[in-house]
Design a protein around this ligand. Structure first.
Ligand code: FAM
Length: 484
């Protein structure tokens, strides 16, 4: 009102189209306005970084709060406690740190409760006639730090089989999903819905004391793991029209049941593969996107089903768990373009064309590791034993010889070596599980072991609500203006 009466000329300049034209100009939409603001803010951030970027802000530089350096800084900033597994990246910074903390061996890539992958392969109980560890044993190790007996592991198999049924309404949710809905979205929907029967949520409503949180969390964690084969199996059969889901066999181990629900229970080599697969995908420190999401959401005392549903949504991203699907898509495209036995030159050109198109080479690089992922090595050894002549396995080996040099030459990736996802899809494909959009679901079944163990301990130790501080660029400008 004041503006209108006292400054008519300003109004005319500000809204000339409305005042002077008979056609009413379209108001600027939110998206259009945002598109105008983004380049200006990019310039603003560049200027702030140029002026204050090298100034220390707590344990980091201002520059490190922005941009792609963020992941590498966060991946080294001590921020979380989780005893289940620890990575030793092999970089100079962490090598120094790691050597002092773990003098025995700094270069194994990962240790589960202090044990390397070859050590857990050797020490954890196996199925009769099997040579890969039973994931039941890995869960026991993650939770207790101890190697279980054969009988303790058999009891876990029986317990999980007894808890495996999923509520009818969850079956209906899955049956009503369109087959075009990505399996990971279906997976997360179903896991989230399991919170209907959460022991923790009920106990909380009933006024449970803080010191007792871990008990119902443990029950939920066990239920969560136990129910995943029925969820994964149902998704697989619905989406890929694979017929009716068989029942869980209480006399079989977890991996055998999962394999059977997917339709591969008669293939002992596939069952062995699943045992190895679940074991090595189970846990990868506390800070990776899925594990950390589970921990973060759990810190609000959301029950394990809600926390793991959120974790799955993080796992479904192409820079994280979905990379196993992306690798297979990438390999298939390469095969269809170059044939089954491409020359090194042709493969190199294909890799460069991926990078030149502004895409990442899936299955290579890591936020923490600075060497070949030992989970890749474990899968390669499995392939050498069980499928040495598989064409796609050979292609994966050929790519391994070429990608690191190319990524180094391209000059961006801090780690040019393969990660777990570079290998897993090839193994599954070999046994006939070639529906690549399902691969991340198997990663998700496995990762539940680590997240569930972590949630139990977080509640037992009273882990606090996670609430990192964020700052605005304006605050940074104000704080550092005029400071050297
Ligand atoms: N191909 C092309 N560029 C890559 C690359 C790759 N494989 N890995 C890293 N880079 C680029 C990265 O995009 C970044 O570029 P900009 O500066 O343009 O942003 C630069 O190199 C520095 O990245 P970094 O510090 O080396 O890696 P980050 O910690 O930022 O990211 C990954 C780590 C894993 C997300 C990254 O290496 C990547 O995108 N890899 C391909 C996707 C993949 O395989 N993900 C699965 C990781 C796996 F272990 C898992 O979580 N399951």
């Amino acid at each position: 009102m004041f503006l209108r009466a006292s400054r008519p000329s300003l109004l005319r300049t500000a809204f000339p189209a409305v005042r002077l034209s008979s056609t009413v100009a379209k108001p600027v939409s939110l998206k259009d306005r945002l598109a105008e603001l983004i380049p200006k803010e990019i310039e603003n951030v560049k200027a702030v970084r140029a002026e204050h970027g090298k100034k220390a802000f707590g344990p980091v530089l201002v520059d490190q709060l922005y941009g792609q350096v963020l992941t590498s800084v966060l991946s080294r900033l001590p921020a979380l406690i989780w005893d289940g597994s620890v990575l030793d990246p092999g970089s100079s910074f962490t090598r120094l740190f790691f050597l002092s903390a773990h003098p025995r061996s700094p270069e194994e890539g990962i240790r589960f409760r202090g044990k390397t992958i070859p050590e857990i392969q050797a020490e954890l109980p196996k199925a009769p006639g099997g040579s890969e560890p039973l994931p039941e044993g890995l869960f026991w190790l993650l939770v207790t730090g101890e190697i279980p007996t054969q009988e303790q592991v058999a009891e876990l198999s029986r317990d999980w089989a007894a808890r495996a049924a999923i509520p009818e309404f969850v079956e209906e949710i899955l049956d009503r999903c369109p087959p075009t809905l990505h399996p990971m979205s279906q997976f997360s929907l179903a896991v989230t819905a399991l919170n209907h029967n959460s022991a923790f949520a009920k106990a909380y409503q009933d006024g449970i004391s803080k010191k007792d949180y871990w008990g119902p969390t443990f029950e939920d964690a066990m239920d969560l793991i136990a129910k995943l084969p029925n969820i994964a199996g149902r998704i697989y059969r619905n989406v890929f029209a694979k017929g009716k889901l068989p029942s869980i066999d209480a006399s079989k181990d977890y991996s055998h049941n999962l394999a059977a629900l997917l339709g591969f229970g008669d293939d002992p080599a596939f069952v062995e593969l699943l045992r190895l697969y679940i074991t090595i995908h189970s846990d990868h420190e506390g800070g990776n996107v899925s594990a950390h999401t589970g921990k973060l959401v759990g810190s609000a005392l959301s029950d394990p089903f809600l926390a793991y549903g959120a974790a799955l949504n993080g796992l479904a991203g192409p820079l994280h768990g979905l990379a196993n699907q992306e690798v297979l898509i990438w390999l298939r495209k390469m095969q269809s373009k170059l044939g089954d036995d491409p020359s090194d030159e042709a493969v190199k050109e294909y890799i460069w064309s991926t990078l030149k198109a502004g895409q990442v080479v899936p299955g290579y690089g890591h936020a923490v590791l600075r060497k070949t992922d030992p989970r890749y090595t474990a899968q390669r050894e499995f392939a050498l034993k069980h499928l040495p002549d598989d064409k796609m396995f050979k292609l994966v080996g050929q790519i391994y010889n070429l990608v690191p040099d190319i990524l180094l030459e391209a000059g961006k990736a801090k780690n040019p070596w393969p990660n777990v996802d570079a290998h897993s899809g090839v193994l599954l494909t070999h046994y006939g599980l070639d529906q690549m959009s399902f691969y991340t679901v198997l990663f998700g079944v496995s990762r539940a072991f680590g997240v569930a163990a972590q949630l139990i301990w977080d509640r037992a130790l009273g882990a606090p609500l996670e609430r990192p501080k964020s700052y605005s660029t304006a605050a940074i400008q104000k704080m550092f203006a005029g400071k050297p």
